[in-house]
Design a protein around this ligand. Structure first.
Ligand code: FES
Length: 104
């Protein structure tokens, strides 16, 4: 698998959502209050586009049914209760001043 450069470190503003299509995956680089995170762009509840959502604290809110997902764990409290989710999250690496990901 390849390492993919996403953005320079410190390039994102708080609340920014930056979409990528990498190796057939639609993922979002998101700047939450705990720092940058990479999360699946398709909502695990019913397929909403998290890329059109909004960021609040360290969570992203789906625009379709308004559920929240933690940017570090992908977990929605509601999803845990109802048996769907979490959203996929992927570890970011910092390489030569860039945020990078390598899918396993
Ligand atoms: S599709 Fe995202 S909350 Fe329902």
């Amino acid at each position: 698998m390849d390492i993919h450069r996403l953005a320079p470190v410190d390039d994102l503003n708080h609340g920014e959502i930056r979409p990528f299509n990498i190796e057939g995956r639609y993922v979002l680089l998101v700047q939450g209050e705990l720092g940058p995170a990479l999360i699946d762009g398709i909502c695990p509840h019913a397929g909403g586009d998290l890329g059109k959502g909004s960021v609040s604290g360290n969570r992203i809110q789906c625009p379709t049914h308004k559920y929240f997902f933690d940017l570090q764990t992908g977990v929605s409290p509601l999803g845990r209760r109802e048996g769907w989710g979490p959203a996929g999250v992927y570890p970011l690496e910092e390489i030569d001043g860039y945020l990078c990901v390598e899918f396993s």
